[in-house]
Design a protein around this ligand. Sequence first.
Ligand code: SDX
Length: 427
Amino acid sequence: MKKPTVTLTDNRSGKSYEYAILEGTRGPSAVDIRTFFADTGMFTYDPGYTSTASCTSKITFIDGAKGELRYRGIPIETLATQHSYLETCYLLLNEHLPNSRELQNFDLEIRHRAYIHESLRLLFDAFPNNAHPMATLSAAVTALASFHKEHLTLDDAADYHTMASRLLAKIPTIAAFAYRHSLGIPLIQPDIDLSFTKNFLTMMRAYPGGKMHLGSNGHEEIREVEVRALDTIFTLHADHEQNASTTVVRGVASTGAHPYVAIAAGISALWGRAHGGANESVIAQLEMIGSADRVETFIARAKDPDDDFRLMGFGHRVYKNFDPRAKILKRLQDELKEELGLNSRLMEIAGRIEEIALSDEYFVSRNLYPNIDFYTGIILTALQIPKNMFTPIFVIGRTVGWITQWIEFKKDPTSKIARPRQLYTGA
Ligand code: SDX
């Protein structure tokens, strides 16, 4: 059978160039243009990489048309409803779900690694109280590289496992410390008797001595329904193929820098409101709109090409259908509305935006649907997570994806330093 190829012809010289078509196990094929510049003396042009595959990967699969997402081949709906976030972390890192013994050992290791060096704790004092926790988080993860220089030379699977587990375990502690420092209140150390997600909520909400402050929901204890909701949110954020921040992580991996500074770079990239920073902007936008009857005014602004106002939480480079994670979160919102005391006013405004946008030609013609960020904020608000901690929550969920992608890059014998070219239009 003929090898699948595409042929490009330059109509100036009549010369033709043939390139192999590479088939994946799922999704679109790719044209192998690695010799294109050597063959033609020309570059391909694709700012924003709308049509570019930067690597091969076995980690996450997204079908934008169908609104499908799989981690290691398992549908996100299965993982979000039948497995914990730690099981999903294990799956991403080890390519299979853990059995009970593997999960128990992994859970125990993560609990014991949740503590950070006392010197690293001093870093928080260098930041002003009003520092955004994303700034502190990125700085602290960079600093962590100084405490674990040995991860610069990783020789075998055990080294990768230790490097990954250490960071997964410490990120929630660093995030919670950044938050408490921003309030000027004492830090709450991790508690090895608590599960990953309950431990994070406790470090966020407990008073010294372990008592919970009486939250707006009138409950002193952290309830299992809250832990399950946040655990699901972490799972939904765990990985997402070659998104902007993962591309940055792989770029830093390609220069041979320390894995933790690659993750710190990913944290910085995620902060932007076009990416992970959108979840914080969605709530700010819902609060700014203020009531359902003002939604149409803002929809008109979102459609106005001369107005740079965008509907935060809408649109996606890959999903041209509902973001499957958004569907799961919407269901979670409806299920937990009463139990978590979700803000019905914000839900009403969000519902009105969705109702109008999903029938309006501007959004329909551009395949603009709600994405994951459109729904997370209302649930996080009910969990007493403040807006400026929404993107750090995204970081906690996504760290396992970044680390897994970093390891895959390092293990790929064909990987090269990321060094794109340009179409020069200067003097
Ligand atoms: C995440 O990549 C990932 O996987 C990311 C992520 C992950 O898990 O890692 O899924 C997480 O980042 C989700 C996205 C969160 N960002 C937002 O919600 C911010 C609002 N969304 C937009 O900024 C935008 O939709 C992007 C950035 C998400 C996608 O941008 P694209 O793919 O480059 O699309 P585009 O900017 O070229 O827009 C296409 C058209 C344009 O109109 P025209 O020029 O064709 O007339 O759609 C319009 C845009 O103006 N458009 C919007 C819009 N998003 C796109 N118009 C109004 N409101 C919006 N939200």
